[in-house]
Structure formats: C-alpha cells, structure tokens
Design a protein around this ligand. Structure first.
Ligand code: SAM
Length: 384
C-alpha cells in the first residue's frame, strides 16, 4: 500500500521522522511525501499508520485508484445508510479552490446516480473549499477521517488518495496548555516536537525506557508515555523534577508508569535499562532579541559544556546502537541566519555516529517559528 503524508511546517524534520518509521519515503512536492509500511512501523488497530504517533505530519492518506469506486465499496461494505460527507483537497501544481469544488460536485452528482444505498438516492454533502486544500482543522472538525460515510479525497496530479488520519489539534492544545505545572522561563517543548524526537530514535519496541536527562516540565516524558514507552526523566533542578512529577501525575495515576530523579546530566549515573534518549538540552538564557556576538558566544560555551559533558557521561552507560535524539539551540543572528553550535564532529569523536537522512540534510533539521531568536537544531546520534 502506498501511503501519503501531508508534511508539517518544518517539512525536512517531518521527512526525517517519516524515514525513521517507514520505508520508501519519497517527497512528491514541497508539501507531500509517499511512504510504505515496514514490519515494525507503528500502526493503529486498522493496521494503518497512526497519525497520533506522528509529530511532523498534518494528514495521512492511502492511495486509491478511483474515488467514486472507493466510496461506493466502502459504504456497501459498512452497510452505511446515512448522509455522505465529502471534502476535496487538491495539492496539484495547478490546483484551485474552484477546481476542488468542481471535483466535489462531479463526485456528488455521480454518487447520487448510483444505488450505493439500496432503495434511496443518497444524500451527499460536500464541504466548500476556501482554498484548493482543506485545512487539517476543517478535516478534523468535520470528522472526515473518523466517521463512517465521511471522506477527505486528496488529489495530486494523476493520483488519488483517501484521508485516514488528521492531526488532532484539540488534543495537542489540551495536553500542552492544561498541564498543571508550567514554566515560561524554561520554554515549553511543543508536544509535536517531543513526538518527533522520540520517533527519530526508532526502532523502539513498546515499553522501551526513554530517558530525558533534561526533562524540565516533562513534555518528552508525557509524549513517551502516550506512545507506549516507559518515561524516565532527570533534571539538574529539583523544581523541574517536581514540575515533571506534578505533570505526569496529572497525566496518569498508573503505578510505576514513570521514573523521575534529580541529577546533573554531566555526572549522573542513571538506572538501567536505557532504551533510547530523547531530549531538549539546555538552551541557554531566554532571549527576545538577536543577541550580540559576545552574549551568543557565552551562551554557546555554556550550552556546549553541558551537552558535551552529557555525551561523555552517558557513553559508558548505554549499549552500542542506542539512539540519542536531542534538540540543541541555534541563535538568530542580525543577518537573519541561525548560528549553530557545530558540535557534531566533537560528539562523534566521543564514540557516536551521526544519523543521516536521505531526504533531509543536517542543515535542514532546524525547528523554529518565523523570527524566533533561539531555534532548536535536531541532532540524532547512535552509540558506536
Ligand atoms: C530547555 S529546558 C527543557 C524543557 C523541557 N523539554 C520541557 O518540556 O519542559 C532544559 C532543562 O535542562 C535543565 N538543565 C540545565 N543544565 C542541566 C544539567 N547539567 N543536567 C541536567 N539538567 C540540566 C534545566 O533545569 C531545564 O529544565
């Protein structure tokens, strides 16, 4: 089966995530990539790739030969007799809202001429297109990927796909903003990026212990738990460990669901086993303006000492092939480019290999919002 992902804002990071989990990842356009499953890809109950396990994809779909035939077969196989709801997203180069609407109207009129629902003319509602593509919010709020008889049909050049999953925006917001312990100073890792960091450590059998040695308020821990792993967090600051504890207890009352401890990542001895490490390292002091050279150098030195110290310390404590995915800082320079730490060579010399991706270079692995002063560069290494 050929699957399709609509990539998130940071498309190269989304591609790297897909490569870590799936096979034959092939970009189709700046927004789309196709892929296929491997034996160990994370799937849902239907045996299909699970959007809720991905941080970097907005929508998932599967290839179909013909939308009309697909809808008729699906409705018949489910014995569905209610209203049919259809939305069209066209990602082709020459797509337009008008054309998407035309595709929808043609599909509606063809469906109404069929006997798909025995004994009656089917009632078909089509969603109106403000743009050629429906936003993931529209697809989500109209349950196009979750309710029987509801479809998002995706068109790209001569190919057709049907939506099988869309990012649950409400769930992300709820677990990001409703957490009891928050700290503006440490900055909150977006849950989506936490998921990406964990996925970049794949393959990870269910129940693997995921260590975050800079756990802060515990976003990685929470996402690791949701993804079926055992979260283990440590942090230099007692206050942060307490925050993580409160947040995890708010999240689950399952006994022994997570491990937490205070510890300096540059000299701590962690409990075994450590299956993988996913974390956002120390990012230096918060900054709202592009820093002067001297301030940037001092932040960089401070962060570097902690990151290198951590890689040295953990090396003898993890097995060969253990993955470490880490977000490290990069600072916006006055010229609009990001100043990176450039520490990968140094980390490699400590006994690690940098993971390389087919569809994304290291330069592409930068996560930021427009104008954000401290961006996050993603680095992924495996112990030699
Ligand atoms: C950018 S924050 C991580 C935020 C976290 N991802 C979250 O979602 O809240 C970095 C964390 O590293 C911790 N930290 C700084 N130096 C450390 C060290 N040497 N060892 C362990 N933790 C350290 C800080 O206390 C802070 O909580």
């Amino acid at each position: 089966m050929n699957y399709l992902a609509v990539l998130g804002r940071q498309k190269n990071i989304s591609l790297a995530e897909l490569e870590s989990l799936f096979d034959k990842v092939t970009p189709l356009s700046p927004k789309l990539a196709t892929f296929s499953l491997t034996k160990i890809s994370p799937v849902n109950k239907a045996g299909e790739p699970d959007i809720n396990r991905l941080g970097g994809s907005l929508k998932l779909a599967k290839e179909i030969s013909d939308p009309l035939k697909y809808i008729i077969d699906d409705i018949k196989s489910k014995g569905y007799s209610g209203k049919i709801v259809i939305g069209i997203s066209d990602y082709s180069k020459k797509a337009s809202a008008r054309n998407s609407q035309k595709i929808a109207l043609t599909l509606k009129s063809k469906l109404r001429k069929t006997e798909v629902i025995p004994g009656k003319i089917p009632s078909v509602r089509i969603l109106s297109n403000k743009n050629a593509e429906l936003s993931s919010a529209t697809v989500y709020h109209n349950s196009l990927c979750s309710k029987s008889g509801h479809y998002e049909i995706i068109h790209f050049d001569k190919k057709w796909f049907v939506g099988i999953g869309v990012q649950n925006i409400n769930a992300y917001t709820a677990r990001d903003q409703a957490r009891p312990a928050r700290d503006a100073k440490v900055g909150m890792l977006p849950p989506k990026l936490a998921q990406i960091l964990i996925n970049l450590c794949s393959p990870l059998p269910a129940g693997t212990t995921i260590l975050d040695p800079f756990c802060g308020t515990g976003v990685v821990l929470q996402e690791a738990y949701l993804m079926g792993y055992k979260p283990y967090g440590t942090d230099l600051s007692d206050r942060m460990v307490e925050y993580s504890k409160r947040n995890m207890e708010w999240f689950t009352d399952e006994k022994g669901a997570f491990l937490l401890s205070q510890g300096d990542a540059t000299d701590f001895t962690w409990q075994q086993p450590i299956g993988a490490v996913a974390c956002e390292g120390y990012l230096g002091p918060p900054m709202s303006l592009s820093p002067a050279d001297i301030k940037m150098k001092s932040a960089m030195q401070e962060c570097k000492a902690i990151i290198i110290g951590f890689f040295k310390n953990i090396h003898p404590q993890i097995k060969s092939d253990t993955s470490i995915a880490m977000a490290i800082p990069a600072w916006l320079r006055p010229d609009g480019h990001y100043q990176r730490m450039n520490i990968l060579d140094e980390i490699e010399k400590l006994g690690y290999n940098v993971i390389k991706y087919k569809n994304a270079s290291q330069r592409d692995l930068l996560y930021y919002r427009e104008g954000q002063v401290v961006a996050r560069e993603i680095i992924v290494l495996r112990k030699k």
